[in-house]
Design a protein around this ligand. Structure first.
Ligand code: SF4
Length: 230
């Protein structure tokens, strides 16, 4: 099996429970969710997708990880929507290296592969997550672009394990512009419900991903413009 890889890069995890940990990201190509604030629009948007995408076997990707990051760095499979692919060969190859493998997904298909950590980011205006994915989730990341996104995100979490953490992230254009409606909404929500946590995409403040020669430097977040969703 060959995996379509939009980009790969060694950086650190900028979000969630594993914030700050050295991490090798493999961003797979393709996503049907079409979020109008997508910050990885090159993985699916017709105006931004690259002319060609590299296809690599699990062994080839594991070799990239081995050569380009030290032992102890976690591997994050993201996208696009990585859950659309059979990840078993890839997770097996990465486990042979001794790496912990994390997944970032919107949970819209059955999971094929052995993951050490699952981050679910539901997209309430797109396809909702399958309950079987919600049930094996370690942490949730709800992106808040509009106030209604908070309740919409919480409503699709039936079956979430009690110990799973729920992060509320201001969508990046809202965070960058210090949109106090969204930021205050998150603050109030966390103060009312201590199970929730206030989050931030720290790697974007550092621009840490840009330092790797393999990362896409085009910076093409859609930025919350509904006209850019298709
Ligand atoms: S934000 Fe994620 S789920 Fe939404 S379109 Fe972009 S890659 Fe797909």
């Amino acid at each position: 099996m060959k995996y379509p890889v939009y980009e790969r890069f060694y950086t650190w995890q900028g979000e969630g429970v594993h914030l700050g940990r050295a991490a090798y990201f493999i961003r797979l190509y393709g996503c049907p969710q079409k979020c109008f604030w997508c910050d990885s629009a090159g993985t699916w948007h017709p105006e931004f997708r690259p002319p060609q995408v590299g296809l690599y076997s699990a062994q080839e990707l594991a070799e990239f990880v081995r050569q380009e990051s030290p032992e102890g760095a976690i591997v994050v499979l993201t996208g696009g929507e990585p859950i659309l692919f059979d990840l078993k060969e890839l997770t097996d190859a990465l486990h042979v290296l001794g790496r912990k493998v994390h997944l970032e997904t919107s949970g819209i298909a059955p999971l094929r592969g052995d993951l050490d950590w699952v981050t679910l980011s539901p997209k309430p205006f797109g396809m909702p997550p399958l309950r079987e994915i919600v049930e094996l989730t370690d942490e949730v990341k709800i992106i808040v672009h509009d106030p209604s996104d908070l309740d919409a995100g919480l409503q699709v979490l039936s079956g979430l394990p009690e110990e799973a953490m729920i992060w509320l992230h201001p969508e990046w254009s809202r965070a960058r512009e210090k949109d106090m409606t969204v930021l205050n909404l998150i603050t109030h929500a966390v103060k009312q419900n201590p199970r929730l946590r206030a989050g931030y995409q720290m790697h974007k403040a550092y621009r840490a991903d840009d330092l790797d020669p393999h990362s896409d430097k085009r910076q093409i977040p859609l930025g919350g413009n509904p006209e850019l969703g298709v």
